[in-house]
Write a protein that binds this ligand. Structure first.
Ligand SMILES: Cc1cc2nc3c(=O)[nH]c(=O)nc-3n(C[C@H](O)[C@H](O)[C@H](O)COP(=O)(O)O)c2cc1C
Length: 325
């Protein structure tokens, strides 16, 4: 198989989503296969101590590679093989990977933290649920009314109160276009839908964090944003019981297929991972859905965008939209 042809598709593969846009994955080209792993420098030990989001991001990357390769008629399959810093292989195979998605979907999809005009209709909800059910999970609508807004504020306050998590977030924030990595990785002011004054204010607040934290900064920051007011429906990806790390990678692939299902239906996704990062809000959310807390894998606000979201940065950039045939 022509690995050089696959290598040329790297900018498309790199369009996969990752928590804080750290792009933790790495590829090692070996004579007979391509090894997939991650780089510890691009993980989130404070915000993601269990590695859940790391594994979801790696799974999303694997699925993206398979879709991009299939669209270029390169026949690759994924073979899981866990090891210290590696999760598996992309190996040549006889058949084209079977997927309804195209490289153009990978290229066009983006996280959208803006306003949504409407939530997903019943057909789309059924379609994403089907995607998850094929892997033994499900996608559930989180009841919006009542407690969810308060849970979000509690989760944000909890995370902002943790100096290590806040320092890590700060490391991946790109609030000023002059930041040397503004076009490389992390979360830009534009992607976070922050106005210039809001970006400057957040940067100043985080610079003064050690002084302002005891004076109530976490509460202020948590109250500053209410994504639920921007519309949409909140969905939860529910895993089967006792999902092991390899299973979480498989569910990263499921997550990618769910997001692309939404994207091809004209909808966008805005993850709200804080709800399951904090034990108390994860437990409360699980009670709302009547599932065991450790089965909650991902929470996301979904809806019909009112305008295109900005494109996020990538470490491996270049090219443009894929040629479609
Ligand atoms: C596992 C996972 C968790 C994420 N959690 C959040 C989140 O809590 N809040 C958020 O705004 N974005 C979240 N994101 C979205 C990423 O920040 C986004 O994928 C990344 O910045 C790249 O942007 P893109 O999706 O537009 O390509 C998450 C993404 C993944 C894959």
């Amino acid at each position: 198989m022509d690995f050089a042809a696959f290598r040329a598709l790297a900018p498309l593969c790199w369009r996969a989503p990752s928590a804080h846009n750290t792009q933790p994955w790495r590829l090692r080209y070996e004579p007979a296969a391509i090894r997939v792993g991650w780089d510890a420098a691009h993980t989130l030990p404070a915000a993601d101590p269990t590695g859940r989001d790391l594994r979801l991001s790696l799974g999303a990357f694997v699925e993206t590679c398979l879709i991009v390769a299939a669209d270029a008629d390169l026949h690759l399959k994924y073979v899981a093989e866990h090891d210290d810093r590696w999760v598996g292989w992309l190996r040549p195979t006889a058949h084209r990977y079977s997927t309804p998605f195209r490289a153009i979907d990978v290229w066009e999809r983006r996280t959208d933290r803006g306003h949504f005009a409407a939530g997903p209709g019943p057909d789309v909800l059924a379609a994403v649920d089907r995607v998850a059910r094929r892997a033994g999970g499900s996608v559930r609508v989180v009841p919006h009314a009542g407690r969810l807004g308060a849970l979000l504020r509690t989760a944000d306050r909890h995370l902002y109160a943790d100096p290590a998590i806040t320092a890590e977030l700060r490391r991946w924030l790109r609030l000023d276009p002059a930041h040397p990595n503004y076009h490389v990785d992390g979360l830009t002011d534009r992607c976070l839908a922050l106005s210039r004054p809001a970006a400057v204010g957040l940067r100043a607040a985080l610079d003064a964090y050690p002084v302002l934290r005891p004076l109530g900064l976490p509460r202020l920051l948590a109250a500053a944003d209410n994504p639920l007011a921007r519309g949409g429906t909140v969905l939860a990806l529910v895993a089967p019981d006792s999902l092991d790390p390899a299973g979480q990678i498989e569910f990263g692939r499921v997550l990618m297929r769910c997001w692309l299902t939404l994207h091809t239906a004209g909808l966008a996704a805005h993850p709200l991972s804080q709800l399951i990062d904090v034990a108390a809000t994860r437990t409360a959310l699980a009670a709302l859905l009547d599932v065991a807390p450790d089965r909650l894998l991902h929470v996301v606000r979904v809806g019909l965008p009112t305008r295109p979201a900005p494109r996020s940065a990538r470490r491996v950039a270049g090219g443009g939209p894929p040629a479609t045939s």
